[in-house]
Ligand binder design. Structure first.
Ligand code: TNX
Length: 540
């Protein structure tokens, strides 16, 4: 781990760690490591399963604790490698998470020599490249905490593990009693899938930037790395488009139930993107088309085949609206919208919706998706669409989001990758039980156990591990009106989806998970999360 010459200056510290742990070879590929960690070896490492006091979610790929501890004190300092603004930002993020509850100063600085005993040290140089883009290694001894990763994203996810190794009270925003003790040992960890997402429908009910930022912070704690924003639907258009201003002014002026709605200005949207990026989360913007477009049709009469703008819609039916696919103005509209949003979005994806186009004839639908696919590509983005898009001929870079399965197979047959969001397992708007006051139940009831006990690689016939980019849990908001509602439907089910997306499939077990999840009750409380206290979970 410290063999790289560029990390020579930390060799004293490295020797200290080498004395405590004999680490698995840096070159060992992740798959081999998984089996290595289930074998008994002759090393002095005391390997245990996650010990009763450790409750990291998602479960790390490999864990070995020594039984010793490291304790944060008023003298603890955070060091990062010099010369990297990104690492400094990650170090700053860690300091900001730990300062309120500990009330320690936790000064953060670039290290120019071996960090003194008692420090936390974040580094990318000399790290194990086989950990990949998001993997990390966290080494804790009684003397120091060393977090190392090939890329800053791995350090960021490692920090989430570090947070979860500390007592739950560390999440509090007011000073709490310590001691702030971490278990000593080594965690080597990397994700199973590159896509671990949540979708928030801000169209049926609008949620402002402050609410989205809070959600982003909660997603980060569980290593969720995509936030898909459903920015338009029949009930509301939620992003300013300068070349078509009435979309937001008129189309964004209401929501389900007739409330005032709202929209993000381009500046607010760009700020959200930057905020998410600082949490290593990519925002995926969705403009749903050609159906789910009443808000746009109401804002511009020329987008309608009969040239007449319908009234705004505040109900919850689906499948009644369609852009007029015979008119050229429709494609100019799509090009302008994609162009403006793509310019604001550094992430590589643009989601075109494409679901439930019941008011569009199928041949026209197919031609539309194929044309829009090229528009999206011309603005430098990869197209994503709900699985219905697989009826069209897809470019190899396009991605289908599976929600019922049938057409997802068609995407796979074409050689395209899929994101798994099976409604009966992964829809956050489904009620937990018949008694859940919020939500729908057309795809069934999804208790915490149902949300956890499934696997993306076996849930849909004909779709296997090699076709899957990852998992995403959508929260449709027909019945969701407040941040408290979002939290109630999202937590704790999202933690299960996070684990399905991140942790190795082997060894995933409900009984073990539910006791680990139970230990997150007080952490969620410290964060002020309004979560569903499922009777299936032994909450602490
Ligand atoms: C189906 S799933 C929809 C949404 C609804 C949701 C409610 C999908 C791609 N479309 O328009 O909000 O059901 O659960």
């Amino acid at each position: 781990m410290f063999a790289n010459p560029s990390s020579q200056k930390y060799s004293a510290l490295a020797a200290l760690f080498a004395a405590t742990f004999i680490l698995t070879s840096c070159r060992t590929p992740p798959e081999a490591l998984m089996s290595a960690h289930t074998r008994e070896t002759a090393t002095p490492i005391r390997k245990t399963a996650i010990t009763p006091t450790i409750a990291v979610i998602p479960r790390p790929a490999s864990v070995a604790f020594t039984g010793e501890t490291f304790t944060l004190t008023a003298d603890t300092q955070i060091f990062v490698e010099p010369d990297s603004p990104e690492l400094l930002a990650v170090g700053q993020y860690l300091a900001e998470r730990l300062r309120p509850a500990t009330a320690y100063p936790l000064p953060m600085q670039a290290a120019t020599g071996a960090p003194p005993p008692g420090s936390i040290y974040l580094t990318t140089s000399g790290s194990d490249p086989t950990l990949g883009e998001e993997g990390y290694e966290l080494t804790v001894t009684p003397q120091a905490v060393i977090l190392s990763a090939p890329y800053p994203a791995g350090l960021f996810w490692g920090i989430q593990t570090l947070r979860q190794l500390l007592p739950p009270a560390v999440e509090s925003l007011t000073p709490q009693a310590g001691p702030w003790t971490l278990p000593a040992g080594t965690i080597r960890d990397w994700p199973r899938f590159p896509w671990r997402g949540m979708m928030l429908d801000v169209s049926r009910h609008f949620f402002g930037p402050a609410e989205v930022r809070r959600l982003i912070d909660l997603l980060a704690l569980y290593k969720i790395n995509r936030l898909h924003l459903h920015l338009s639907d029949d009930q509301g258009w939620r992003i300013e488009i300068r070349s078509w201003p009435n979309l937001a002014f008129h189309g964004g002026s209401t929501q389900v139930g007739g409330g005032p709605g709202g929209y993000y200005t381009q500046e607010e949207y760009a700020d959200l993107i930057a905020y998410a990026r600082s949490r290593y989360i990519i925002i995926v913007p969705e403009i749903d088309m050609p159906g789910h477009t009443n808000a746009a049709l109401a804002s511009y009469p020329e987008l309608n085949c009969d040239g007449v703008a319908p009234p705004l819609y505040t109900g919850t039916e689906v499948g009644f609206s369609s852009l007029c696919l015979e008119k050229e103005v429709t494609y100019r509209f799509v090009d302008d919208v994609v162009s403006e949003i793509a310019a604001l979005t550094p992430g590589p994806y643009f989601h075109i919706g494409g679901d439930e186009a019941m008011a569009t004839p199928l041949p026209q639908y197919i031609a539309f998706v194929e044309r829009v696919q090229h528009i999206v590509q011309s603005h430098g983005k990869q197209m994503i669409g709900w699985e219905e898009i697989a009826q069209a001929s897809l470019l190899s870079t396009s991605i289908a989001q599976v929600w019922h399965g049938g057409m997802g197979r068609e995407a796979v047959r074409q050689g395209n990758r899929v994101i798994m969001s099976p409604a009966f397992k992964a829809y956050l708007d489904m009620k937990y039980t018949p008694d859940t006051p919020l939500g729908l139940h057309w795809a069934g009831y999804i208790e915490v156990r149902d949300a956890y006990e499934w696997d993306p690689a076996t849930v849909a016939e004909g779709i296997g591990e090699e076709h899957i980019l990852g998992v995403e849990a959508p929260l449709w908001t027909e019945t969701i009106q407040t941040m408290a509602d979002i939290e109630w439907m999202t937590f704790p089910r999202l933690m299960g989806y996070a684990e399905i997306g991140w942790s190795p499939a082997s060894g995933r077990d409900w009984e073990e998970y539910r006791s680990r999840l139970g230990r997150h009750g007080s952490r969620l409380e410290a964060l002020g999360v309004n979560f569903y206290r499922s009777p299936q979970v032994p909450w602490e």
